[in-house]
Design a binder for this molecule. Structure first.
Ligand SMILES: Cc1cc2nc3c(=O)[nH]c(=O)nc-3n(C[C@H](O)[C@H](O)[C@H](O)COP(=O)(O)O)c2cc1C
Length: 402
């Protein structure tokens, strides 16, 4: 079985093009030996390469290429499988787009196609070539500076509370706008008294008692929030949609608990996970009405993780969505993830839905997402959730110059 990988990348400013030409001569021999085709396009700044051959060697060569310091911002655009080669000749060929017209380069690439398996006009690999040569979508290939351009400096915002009385406690994690240096909200995450996960906390309850525990735990969250210096920040809490259905007067209870802790409903975001919403959509719709009538904001958490995705947005538009880590992990390297994120961003922009991203761990992930227009971030890169308190926040500062 043949594997095709297509990526694009950027030449390092410090590397002379002559170096690339001599690299190609070596790569040509290496590829030929391993029965791999490498077609490399260069437009003066960016590379675009197709690698094709047996899966194991193609993946090995690609991972060596990813580590090559002569280029950076390597983004995989396509990884596909086929019964036969698109391109007949193993080796490596370089096409310098500055030397030939677009049409000539495309024709030359087509000429490389195997005669038996003529490249179809709508073949994805060929369409990627076409887009690169024509300069389509350049605006979506973000120039991400190296991670070393940033310094993360911790502030002194950490606060500790004594553990509350009752059945549970909370860890608080900030949602921030890193470049504006602003804290937007704190999410209160339920924990067992020994600091264990929400799953462990809820596993102690059976049947509808889970919903009672869900609702009652919020009183503890609000009491803790009152003791923390949240000021005018938003407070995000998680709720199961069925809690609002199964617990009579649930919204009134929430409002009473909020008032008792001097928190106004407009300051609160209730997060529902996408999965829970999808499986109980009718109940969820009724519950959400009651929250919105009370002035409480609604967010969909783990957006993109539950299979609801854009279909869910067609049926219900929350104030905010929180994008799950699954969709943004190593996003700086993945063309498919980038395309999905860009379409979610575009869709939310048109619907005026605010987006935040959860689970950001790498500088490059954050930088790609910032370049794509995301402003609000939550994740260990900035601050982990802090049990019984607020964590210190590590704010990014640009090292100068870079
Ligand atoms: C844009 C670009 C494309 C490359 N393409 C190939 C290729 O198709 N085949 C290859 O063997 N090396 C290619 N290389 C070079 C590899 O990164 C690496 O230097 C080479 O495989 C030698 O690796 P080694 O020193 O670990 O043996 C490319 C490098 C760059 C910057």
């Amino acid at each position: 079985m043949l594997t095709t990988i297509i990526y694009r990348s950027r030449l390092c400013n410090s590397v002379a093009f002559k170096e690339i030409e001599s690299m190609v001569a070596i790569a040509n021999k290496n590829n030929e030996l391993k029965n791999v085709t490498g077609i490399l396009l260069f437009n003066g700044i960016h590379f675009f390469q197709l690698l094709e051959g047996p899966e194991k060697v193609v993946k090995e060569i690609y991972s060596t290429i990813c580590e090559d310091e002569r280029h950076y911002n390597v983004v995989e655009l396509l990884c596909d499988y086929a019964p036969a080669r698109h391109f007949g000749k193993a080796g490596m060929e370089l096409f310098d787009l500055r030397e030939y017209s677009k049409e000539k380069v495309l024709q030359a690439v087509l000429n490389q196609g195997t005669t038996r398996y003529q490249l179809a006009y709508n073949d994805r690999a060929l369409q990627f070539f076409r887009s690169f040569v024509m300069g389509n979508y350049n605006a979506n290939y973000f120039e991400i500076p190296p991670a070393e351009s940033w310094l993360f400096v911790k502030d002194e915002s950490s606060v500790s509370l004594s553990q509350p009385h009752g059945e549970c406690t909370f860890a608080f994690q900030p949602i921030i706008d890193p470049l504006a240096g602003e804290i937007i909200a704190y999410e209160a995450l339920v924990r067992t008294l020994s600091g264990r996960s929400p799953e462990e906390f809820f596993s102690a309850f059976e049947g509808d008692c889970v919903y009672k525990a869900d609702l009652e735990s919020k009183r503890t969250a609000f009491e803790m929030a009152r003791m923390l210096p949240l000021k005018n920040k938003l407070l995000s809490i998680n709720l199961m949609p069925m809690t609002l259905v199964k617990m009579p007067g649930a919204v009134d209870i929430l409002l009473k608990d909020l008032a008792a802790n001097q928190i106004v409903p407009e300051q609160v975001i209730v997060e529902f996970t996408e999965n829970a919403v999808i499986s109980n959509f009718d109940e969820f719709s009724a519950a959400v009405k009651a929250l919105k009538y009370a002035g409480i904001n609604v967010a969909i958490d783990h957006f993109g993780a539950g299979g609801g995705g854009l279909l869910l947005l067609s049926r219900f538009q929350p104030d905010r969505i929180k994008i799950n880590r699954d969709l943004i992990e190593n996003i700086h390297k993945s063309g498919p993830q980038q395309s999905i994120l860009l379409s979610i961003i575009q869709c939310c922009r048109l619907l005026e839905i605010q987006i935040s991203v959860v689970g950001v761990e790498k500088i490059e992930e954050w930088m790609w997402l910032e370049s794509a227009g995301i402003e609000y971030f939550q994740g260990n890169l900035f601050a982990p959730a802090s049990l019984n308190g607020l964590p210190a926040i590590a704010w990014p500062e640009k090292k100068t110059p870079f």
